[in-house]
Design a binder for this molecule. Structure first.
Ligand code: NAD
Length: 254
């Protein structure tokens, strides 16, 4: 949902966004829609970001076509909806399968590290580049499990936000600080952004509970992050590295 919004923002501001996704249908559709809407060069590359060799192939094809890579946005994640698992009760820590832990960390954290390694190294060689890591309000605060509570269910059957999301989104901020200082002398700036929840047809009860925790009193619209994405990947943020920009309607200050 949001990756194509980031790409559209880059296209609108004159860049050439390249979408990498494991989902060919979604990626192809999004790239052609952006190309059409912004009359821009926008491409899709099928890539599993947990596989370093696939990322390296994409890097090679982009370098041979464009000669340089300027920006990396680490956006991909697996965010299984809490409800989807509540019957099996697998989202609770007591039951959380280690395979699911490994799968989600492989995409959300290892994938971000691998893309940073492959594309960031290229930027460091050019002594110019920007990496933006997508975190969440849950990268700086714990999930409020009361949001997911269902009446009539016993404690051990109550749905919860899984542990993986917190760990990945906190880890993304740690990765940001590590990379920012690692490549500080090579001209590569690295920042992250903590996004608040985007309104997307969620259960009204959940939305009511969540918005009660947000000073601005609502979830975000999907286009509300565009300006901050452009800010963070452009020279407008030239004196910023290793930072986490929080855009959460004020949720984390309550
Ligand atoms: N949507 C929100 O409300 C919200 C709030 C805060 C933070 N975020 C963060 O923003 C980012 C995007 O969220 P979204 O809601 O658009 O998610 P989404 O699930 O719509 O998109 C994630 C994309 O990652 C891709 N992906 C999964 N595994 C992959 C792999 N191995 N290789 C390549 N691509 C893979 C998926 O195919 C999908 O297109 C995530 O990092 C998410 O945690 C979202």
């Amino acid at each position: 949902m949001l990756g194509n919004k980031h790409a559209a923002a880059i296209a609108e501001f004159g860049g050439i966004p390249i979408l990498l996704d494991i989902d060919k249908k979604v990626g192809t559709e999004q790239a052609s829609r952006i190309a059409h809407e912004y009359q821009a060069n926008c491409e899709f590359k099928l890539c599993d970001i947990t596989d370093e060799s696939q990322i390296s192939s994409v890097r090679d094809s982009l370098l041979s076509k464009f000669g340089h890579i300027d920006i990396l946005i680490n956006n991909a994640a697996i965010d299984p909806k809490v409800e989807e698992k509540s019957d099996q009760n697998l989202c609770r820590l007591e039951e959380f399968p280690v395979d699911q832990w490994n799968l989600e960390l492989a995409v959300g954290l290892t994938g971000a590290m691998l893309c940073s390694k492959v594309f960031g190294l290229e930027m460091s060689r050019n002594e110019k580049g920007v990496i933006l890591n997508i975190s969440s309000d849950l990268g700086i605060i714990a999930p409020d499990q009361r949001l997911y509570k269902k009446s009539g269910l016993p404690y051990d059957k109550q749905p919860v936000k899984p542990v993986t999301y917190s760990v990945i989104k906190h880890g993304i901020i740690g990765l940001t600080k590590y990379l920012a200082t690692y490549w500080v002398d090579e001209g590569v700036r690295v920042n992250s952004i903590s996004l608040g929840g985007v309104s997307n047809d969620q259960d009204p009860k959940f939305v009511e509970r969540l918005t009660n925790l947000i000073p601005l009193g609502r979830m975000a619209h999907e286009d509300e992050y565009k300006a901050s994405i452009i800010f963070l990947v452009s020279d407008a943020s030239s004196y910023m590295t290793g930072s986490n920009l929080v855009i959460d309607g004020g949720r984390s200050c309550w």
